[in-house]
Design a protein around this ligand. Structure first.
Ligand code: XMP
Length: 326
């Protein structure tokens, strides 16, 4: 798709039929642009890169090389889903890199949030670069740029996104969804047959659980966070909140409090629930969660997650609290 301005005449993609027409047009354009050359894509598992991957697989099949870097800060089951959907079901050319140890070793003892972000972003580029330089004959780089990224060059993705490319890597870009809004990307993703959970995945920061495992990350606390977050997501799914709440997650701070379990002193971390609604992430309101459900979630997290002995609810809107804790 050429040009960075969405023509006024462009119809908003709201139906499967419109999505299919868009897909057919993009498949033709991608084939014309790429020819028989190879395209590289950093596949995070987020909505945009997943839709771009599915579109490119349809257009050029194995000429697309997807690299999924697991930085060890993904939510429970996410890397597995990327492997299942793209590696197995769509039979993509997928390189999976488990770089968990590299990231966690570098992050050990680092408590400053901006330093943590820099380490994660910098290491991500390094790992991606290493994988890319092992490959022969790549001419294009695909990216999941969407229209809001172009409109708000000061927006979330511009300064938040993990990744980016080393300056000496010279590729021509393939950005098939760059004129689409998020809701349109989702309609296209569904038309391409991607799983609903992947297409309607809630926003997830590039540095992942790294900014929710507050302070210096340790493996045991990161594990507790991931398990508690999985319980929250499961309960929101089961109770009809998943489609209603914009973003919901757990943060785990790096301090413990005293508790009691099986008549013994049981020190543990608190799990903090944050569930917010927003349209643009610039301001956010607090979703009201039924008390009975909060009790149930508390009961599950404190009984099922090793190391957590309290559950707290964050009632702070943005402003004054940002959505993430770090
Ligand atoms: P805040 O915390 O600034 O978050 O209110 C607004 C939105 O941005 C997401 N966020 C990030 N996304 N990298 C990202 O890709 C980041 O470092 C980052 N920090 C915050 C946050 O999840 C929310 O949706």
């Amino acid at each position: 798709m050429s040009g960075n301005v969405r023509p006024e005449s462009m119809t908003r993609i709201t139906t499967a039929q419109l999505a299919n027409a868009f897909i057919d047009q993009q498949v033709a354009e991608i084939r014309a642009q790429v020819g028989d050359k190879k395209v590289l894509l950093a596949l995070s598992g987020g909505v945009d890169s997943s839709v771009v991957a599915a579109l490119l697989i349809k257009a050029i099949g194995k000429q697309l090389v997807c690299v999924h870097v697991n930085h060890g800060l993904m939510r429970k089951g996410e890397s597995e889903q990327v492997i299942e959907v793209f590696g197995n079901e769509l039979d993509a050319n997928l390189i999976y890199v488990d770089a968990t140890d590299r990231f966690l070793d570098l992050l050990a003892g680092v408590s400053d949030p901006e330093k943590k972000r820099k380490i994660i972003g910098g290491e991500f580029i390094k790992v991606f670069d290493e994988e890319a330089s092992k490959l022969q004959g790549i001419s294009f780089l695909a990216q999941g740029t969407i229209y809001p990224d172009i409109l708000e060059s000061h927006g979330v993705k511009a300064h938040h996104n993990v990744g980016g490319l080393p300056e000496d890597m010279q590729f021509e870009l393939v950005e098939p969804v760059k004129l689409l809004y998020k809701d349109e990307v989702r309609v296209v993703g569904e038309a391409l047959g991607l799983p609903h959970a992947m297409v309607y995945r809630q926003p997830f920061p590039g540095p992942g659980l790294g900014v929710r495992c507050l302070g210096a990350i340790t493996r045991d606390r990161l594990h507790a966070l991931r398990e508690a977050d999985a319980i929250l997501r499961e309960e929101f799914d089961k109770n009809g909140l998943a489609g209603k709440v914009w973003q919901y997650f757990i943060a785990v701070p790096d301090f413990k409090s005293v508790g009691v379990r099986d008549d013994k002193r049981y020190e543990g971390w608190p799990a903090i629930i944050r569930a917010v609604n927003t349209t643009d992430a610039m301001s956010a309101t607090i979703e009201e969660i039924p008390y009975a459900l909060l009790h149930h979630i508390t009961d599950r997290i404190t009984h099922e997650v090793e190391g957590i002995n309290r559950v707290l609810l964050d009632l702070t809107p943005k402003p004054i609290g940002t959505i993430e804790w770090e």
